[in-house]
Write a protein that binds this ligand. Structure first.
Ligand code: HEM
Ligand SMILES: *[C@@H]1O[C@H](CO)[C@@H](O)[C@H](O)[C@H]1NC(C)=O
Ligand SMILES: *[C@@H]1O[C@H](CO)[C@@H](O)[C@H](O)[C@H]1NC(C)=O
Ligand SMILES: *[C@@H]1O[C@H](CO)[C@@H](O)[C@H](O)[C@H]1NC(C)=O
Length: 330
């Protein structure tokens, strides 16, 4: 019963989206490659330079900076709302799914460089999108042309990321829920499996997969779908209720954007339940094999899906504003 109520809720939401009552969907009108060509000709070079310099001294920020674009786009569209501060900690970035979101000061550093070159021109939402591409490139992943022209939103709410339907998909989400969450934003099942490949870089807190090691169904058991040897190894690193230790999402190459994430998931070594869930659908399952095969299209696909994600609910034209500081509305 609960399940059917839930899908009914999603159906209603999808209808609202279709009716335009609600704009979560990828549209992207008004975005284009090279939007700042005339107004700030060196914008993209400036972003890349800052990111390259940052990565040289703080490579572990590549994960958080890629993830930031996902968190921004999935909540209120790609409008920089994830960056807004709140003196009373009531904005998105203080909401639980933000766990380990880092690198806000890097976005600020890029913004300062851009304000020096062309004051008031480049939006924070576009900075987040460009930075996601640039950290991918610097970690040896694919390059793609980033559409720009987003404007910054003025609203950021603590409650948005934890909304059970429109919030961020949880790390315990099963394949059905993950597909619904992506579909709600105009993203396909293919986009889901392709973008999950972002977990080829970066780290996770033990708390995001602890239950798989120690208490999967509340009976002190382990997740039977996870490789038991892998569980034994992870237990050495993560003790129960550890809130601080980090584990690599893609051990062995967590600083390199490559296809090894898909190999791990296939070997039942996906770290999060949402990674393991990709084995439970014929389409995502087939992609895991494709992505690790000789003719893999993963790199090309990742750019295509990132562009699609970057169109979710964008503000363009005269909507929103171009913030002077990424942490504050003007
Ligand atoms: C499909 C749904 C997704 C779920 C449920 C999910 C969940 C998570 C969780 C729980 C973490 C670890 C956070 C922590 O404990 O510190 C994480 C990390 C990460 N996620 Fe995802 N994620 C999803 C999709 C994505 C997408 C679409 C991207 C980008 C394309 C992405 C990029 C990353 C990166 C790069 C990290 C590492 C962050 C770091 O190094 O701090 N994820 N994700
Ligand atoms: C997936 O999760 C949802 C929400 O927790 C639940 O209602 C549904 O029954 C689950 N589906 C499967 C196939 O496990
Ligand atoms: C993320 O949310 C948690 C819990 O709500 C909060 O304690 C933490 O400060 C937030 N992290 C950031 C980077 O704002
Ligand atoms: C396992 O989960 C159950 C139910 O949530 C809880 O009562 C129990 O204390 C947990 N056990 C451990 C060792 O954390």
């Amino acid at each position: 019963m609960a399940a059917s109520k839930n899908s009914f809720g999603v159906l209603m939401l999808q209808m609202m989206v279709v009716l335009g009552l609600f704009s979560l969907h990828a549209e992207g009108q008004g975005l284009k490659v090279g939007f700042y060509e005339k107004s700030c000709p060196h914008a993209e070079k400036i972003v890349f330079k800052v990111i390259k310099d940052v990565m040289a001294v703080a490579p572990s920020l590549s994960g958080p900076l890629l993830r930031m674009h996902f968190h921004d786009c999935f909540i209120r569209g790609c409008d920089g709302s994830v960056l807004l501060d709140s003196p009373t900690r009531q904005s998105e970035k203080f909401s639980p799914p933000n766990l380990s979101l880092r690198g806000f000061n890097i976005i600020d550093r890029v913004k300062v460089a851009l304000e020096n070159a062309c004051p008031g021109v480049v939006s924070c939402a576009d900075i987040v999108a460009l930075v996601a591409r640039d950290v991918t490139v610097v970690t040896k992943g694919p390059f793609w042309e980033v559409e720009t022209g987003r404007r910054d939103g003025k609203v950021s709410l603590f409650s948005d990321p934890i909304n059970p339907v429109t919030g961020l998909p949880r790390f315990t989400a099963n394949i059905t829920v993950l597909k619904e969450s992506f579909a709600l934003r105009g993203l396909s099942t293919k986009d889901l499996v392709v973008l999950s490949g972002g977990h080829t870089i970066g780290m996770s807190h033990c708390s995001s997969f602890e239950s798989r090691l120690y208490n999967f169904t509340g009976k002190g058991d382990t997740d039977p779908t996870m490789d038991q040897n892998y569980i034994a190894r992870l237990k050495l690193k993560c003790k129960p209720r550890d809130q601080t230790t980090l584990a690599e999402l893609d051990p062995g190459s967590f600083k390199t954007f490559d296809d090894s994430y898909y190999k791990l998931v296939t070997k039942r070594r996906g770290l999060l339940q949402s990674d393991a869930a990709l084995l439970n659908d014929p389409e995502t399952r087939a992609y895991l094999d494709q992505a690790t095969s000789h003719g893999s299209t993963f790199f090309k696909d990742f750019g295509v899906s990132m562009v699609k994600m970057g169109r979710i609910g964008v503000l363009t034209g005269s909507k929103g504003e171009v913030r002077k500081l990424c942490t504050k509305t003007n």
